[in-house]
Write a protein that binds this ligand. Structure first.
Ligand SMILES: Nc1ncnc2c1ncn2[C@@H]1O[C@H](COP(=O)(O)OP(=O)(O)OP(=O)(O)O)[C@@H](O)[C@H]1O
Ligand SMILES: [Mg+2]
Length: 516
């Protein structure tokens, strides 16, 4: 047994640890190399779980199909000088026969993992953009917008399809493509211990801005995004909105030719948002120096900035594409009419009660079933109004009140108020249903109604005129008429909002009666 030296630094004592350290070093090196080579991502593909099959039965809109064909049929070969022209954004060169500067062709992404089933995030989408264009990618949560950004920034490899930026395949030649990109990811990628101005200086340096121009550029950026008061604050201590502003400032720094903004305005105050719009609009549309893709949940922002938009739905499917006006014209389903029935004063309601054979004292109670049966017999009230006094109907409040009362009674005042409002509302619906093929009630709460009617050949002025003329007759207190907004179109595609789903649809039948 060799003698163990008492000096802890003796080589005899250290050699075991040294060997372990060296082994760890090489092991770590190999693991990093494998991660960088995306080997672990490939492991997901090696599992026996098969990828979700391509959805062949997708009913794609003709604009989406036209864009798929346009992108697929683009000549991807670059002629002499084409690449220089693509990179010559500062001269504002656009168009021609060369491919788009951003080209996403048949991109499909399914996330795979060793232990989990594959998740299909994006189902084969295609779009192309040139300088001067701003593409707004809209969609419900989880539709695959950020995944598309990840493909554009080589953060996620496409399962199928190709993504090219200025002619460089993002997956294969990202070293070149990355020089052109300014990216603001959805989650703030900031160094918590650097100040706002340090971030901007750092990024100016990274982006290769010459030293002589860095100061002016950083100052302009701070001014444009209104970050003056926060310039010396640590990024970790900034509010959410200011972090977002800093993220956008970093992405726009140096006017990169490709700008990718993933929900840039989330949490920004309206003033900062306007600032950002001005900057983005200037570099993309006025100077035609950049191609911008942005995602947003603000339809106002999409309308203000985009030259082209696409709406993605769950399952990563692109449902529609085109300019804002085109989308509005194509999918705008009609007009929306909001009315508030003028409230009846107590005395009128007393007379109303008497007219229907009830007491003048509205504070008393009546049995709901009996009252409804009595009115049905007297045929003074539209049966549709009475039919709606059920759970889930327009008169659900009364049904609940009766349900909670031990004698199934409701206050006469509540019943008369309901009848008065509904009678007025139904008279109005009847008038609309006589003019339009269909009247949908989108919202109804107390004396407020929101209807949707088809456009047909009627102008918005016609509708205004109609309501203005008849507002006394129908007891309309306040009203508004509007064309379908982008938000409503979005909700139609997303089919998410209960508020926009028609609660009831009314038509006039062949006998001229109102039917539900
Ligand atoms: N790394 C991942 N592994 C597995 N699934 C993922 C991964 N990243 C995203 N997904 C899934 O892919 C789908 C699309 O996600 P993505 O983040 O692209 O949506 P999004 O449109 O950006 O949504 P949001 O509006 O909420 O930001 C979601 O179902 C999500 O759960
Ligand atoms: Mg996202």
């Amino acid at each position: 047994m060799p003698e163990i030296p008492s000096d802890i630094w003796a080589w005899f004592n250290l050699k075991g640890d040294a060997a372990a350290l060296i082994a760890h070093f090489f092991f770590g090196l190999v693991v990093i190399f494998l991660i960088e080579c995306d080997l672990f991502a490939c492991c997901g593909r090696l599992t026996c779980r098969s990828l979700p099959p391509e959805n062949e039965d997708m009913e794609l809109d003709d604009d989406v199909v036209a864009e798929i064909d346009r992108v697929a049929n683009q000549d991807t070969e670059y002629g002499a000088g084409d690449q220089e022209q693509l990179l010559g954004a500062e001269e504002g060169k656009t168009g021609g026969t060369r491919p788009d500067v951003i080209r996403v062709d048949g991109f499909r992404k399914a996330y795979t993992g060793l232990c989990s089933s594959p998740v299909l995030a994006v189902e084969k989408i295609s779009f192309g953009l040139d300088y001067g264009e701003c593409f707004a990618l809209l969609g419900v949560n989880g539709a695959g917008k950020s995944t598309t950004f990840k493909a554009l920034t080589n953060d996620a490899a496409p399962t199928a399809g190709t993504v090219t930026i200025a002619g460089y395949n993002v997956q294969e030649e990202f070293g070149e493509a990355r020089k052109l990109i300014g990216y603001c990811p959805q989650y703030d990628a900031l160094f918590h211990d650097l100040t706002v101005s340090e971030h901007l200086w750092f990024y100016a340096k990274l982006k290769g801005v010459p030293a002589s121009r860095r100061s002016a550029m950083v100052e302009r950026s701070i001014k444009e995004l209104n970050l003056k008061d926060h310039r010396n604050k640590l990024a970790g201590t900034l509010s959410g909105g200011n972090k977002r502003k800093l993220g956008v400032a970093m992405a726009l720094l140096g006017n990169p030719p490709i700008i990718l903004l993933d929900e840039p305005s989330a949490g920004m105050d309206p003033e900062a948002r306007r600032f950002m719009w001005t900057v983005v609009e200037k570099i993309s549309q006025r100077d035609k120096k950049s191609a911008v893709i942005l995602t947003t949940h603000s339809m106002e922002e999409a309308e203000a900035l985009s030259t082209k938009m696409g709406i993605m739905v769950r399952g990563g499917i692109m449902r529609c594409m085109g300019s804002t006006q085109h989308v509005k014209n194509k999918y705008g389903v009609g007009y929306e009419v909001e009315i508030k029935v003028a409230k009846s004063v107590y005395e009128n309601l007393q007379a109303f009660s008497e007219m229907h054979g009830f007491d003048r004292n509205l504070q008393g109670k009546v049995k709901l079933d009996h009252a409804a049966a009595k009115m049905r017999e007297a045929r003074q009230v539209d049966p549709l109004v009475l039919d709606q006094i059920v759970h889930g109907g327009l008169g659900a409040d009364l049904a609940v009140e009766a349900h909670l009362d031990e004698n199934d009674e409701v206050k006469l005042y509540h019943l008369m108020q309901y009848l008065y409002v509904q009678q007025s509302g139904f008279k109005f619906i009847e008038a609309l249903a006589g003019i339009f093929d269909q009247v949908e009630i989108l919202e109804h709460c107390s004396d407020f109604y929101k209807f949707r009617v088809p456009k047909e050949d009627k102008s918005i002025g016609y509708l205004f005129g109609l309501i203005e003329d008849k507002k006394q007759e129908f007891n309309v207190g306040e009203y508004s008429v509007s064309q379908t907004s982008l938000e409503q179109i979005f909700q139609t595609f997303a089919n998410q909002s209960a508020a926009d789903k028609a609660q009831f649809t009314y038509k006039i039948n062949a006998l001229g009666a109102l039917v539900c």
